[in-house]
Design a protein around this ligand. Structure first.
Ligand code: NZQ
Ligand code: ZN
Length: 386
């Protein structure tokens, strides 16, 4: 097992009706920016719950944070906070609103051009505006981690950043909020969380036994409940297990002491930047092809995954690993994912050139747990995904 430090200060408040506690979680006399997305919170009652719980607080509202939140939009909130001297931010929404708030939080007191936070991938360790979240979409784990992904409209870039100052002070996770989610977003949530686990698990055999078992527990839970929760989001047992699995998949715990990959996400982000394909759907396209292209170095772990998650029937490592990839693709299809770029756009032939050029400019020439995902491998993975 590799050495590690585990730091996660987010106060996670989980369960039915927990939004009522909001008023006790935000420091009294705070001047709050209430940040939200395109308005789903008005239709499903979450806005009313939040406002009721925050009676007596001074609140300024900022809506319109888009899915795949835009730098240009977020900078308007930064100006608002500076002008009105607000000192707490409440994110009410899914990963996009929460990520957007992380950027706003980092940018308000940033000394310099806030775009540098993204371009230089700066680590934000201090001077962030404190914020909390009310989660409305289980998927990203952003409610309990310190990372965020922001899109710059002007340059069509989707870039990640983070830092220890960007953990939410608290996150309210009430599983009943998923009742109003469109099926597509529920499907996305399952596949995003599943792939988060895979990025931290599907590498090579190591001696962090507990980490593997926790990761497999999350994968098994998602396989068990995923197809049902998208059909029955009002079933509390399904909703609660779904929400908790998504948080656990990316709150930092399962990555401790183990090698990690993350190249599926790095390539996937480019597909969203180029074609606006939903984040989770880009992962369903790229993940299986990355496992195929990196078969030689991932096959042992693929075989373990196949045995423990899918009870594969093959006898050799290669057979088990191959079957494990096929089972994964079948699961993604069952979860309503299309797994080819051409399912989303007819103008895809230059995708590999574009992504390889971008990674080359950024110096991303050796990704993955063994730094063996070279630009040639990236090209191969993307072309396999057409
Ligand atoms: O904007 P509103 O009107 O709220 O509607 C949203 C949005 O259209 C809707 N929605 C959310 N909760 C709802 C609801 N509709 C009805 N009922 C509810 N309860 O769902 C749509 C999608 O929301 P979004 O926040 O974009 O989805 P998600 O949570 O999947 O977030 C995706 C973003 O997170 C980033 C992705 O790249 C993408 O930008 N990620 C963030 C990560 C992190 N911070 O750790 C890790 C992930 O890998 C991911 O990259
Ligand atoms: Zn993701």
């Amino acid at each position: 097992m590799l050495n590690f430090e585990l730091y996660n200060p987010t106060n996670l408040i989980f369960g039915k009706g927990q939004t009522e506690k909001l008023g006790q979680l935000i420091p009294q006399n705070s001047k709050i920016l209430l940040a939200y997305g395109g308005g789903s919170i008005f239709k499903n009652g979450v806005y009313d719950q939040v406002k009721n719980a925050l009676q007596g607080f001074e609140i300024v509202e900022f809506g319109g944070i888009e899915p795949n939140p835009r730098y240009e939009t977020l900078m308007k909130a930064v100006t608002l906070i500076r002008e009105q001297k607000l000192d707490f931010i409440l994110a009410v929404g899914g990963g996009s609103v929460i990520d957007g708030v992380k950027f706003i939080s980092a940018a308000v007191h940033f000394d310099g051009n806030p775009m540098e936070i993204l371009h230089k991938r700066l680590l934000i360790k201090e001077n962030a505006v404190p914020f909390g979240t009310v989660l409305t979409l289980p998927a990203t784990g952003s409610e309990m981690n310190s990372g965020a992904v922001i899109t710059i409209n002007e340059t069509q870039e989707k870039l990640s950043f983070g830092g220890s100052a960007l953990f939410p002070k608290f996150s309210i996770c009430d599983p009943t909020v998923i009742a109003s989610l469109p099926k597509r977003q529920l499907q996305n949530g399952v596949v995003d969380a599943f792939t988060h686990v895979m990025e931290q698990y599907l590498t090579y055999p190591h001696d962090a036994l507990l980490q593997d078992r926790i990761a497999e527990g999350i994968l098994q839970t998602l396989v068990e409940i995923g197809p049902d929760v998208v059909e029955n989001p009002t079933d509390y047992k399904l909703a609660a297990n779904f929400m908790w699995s998504c948080t656990m998949a990316l709150n930092g715990l399962i990555q401790k002491g183990v090698p990690t990959d993350w190249a599926t996400h790095m390539i996937g982000h480019e597909l969203t930047a180029l074609y606006e394909i939903d984040h989770a759907r880009t992962l369903a396209i790229i993940g299986p092809n990355l496992y195929r292209a990196l078969f030689e170095t991932k096959k042992e772990k693929l075989a373990q995954y196949g045995e423990r998650i899918w009870k594969v029937s093959g006898t050799t490592v290669e057979e088990k690993a191959t079957e494990a990839i096929e089972k994964t693709v079948q699961f993604f299809h069952k979860m309503g994912m299309d797994t080819k770029i051409s399912n989303y756009t007819s103008d895809y032939k230059k995708t590999a050139d574009f992504i390889v050029d971008r990674f080359n400019e950024r110096g991303w020439k050796a990704m993955g747990e063994r730094q063996n995902i070279t630009l040639e491998k990236v090209r191969e993975i993307v072309e396999m995904s057409y």
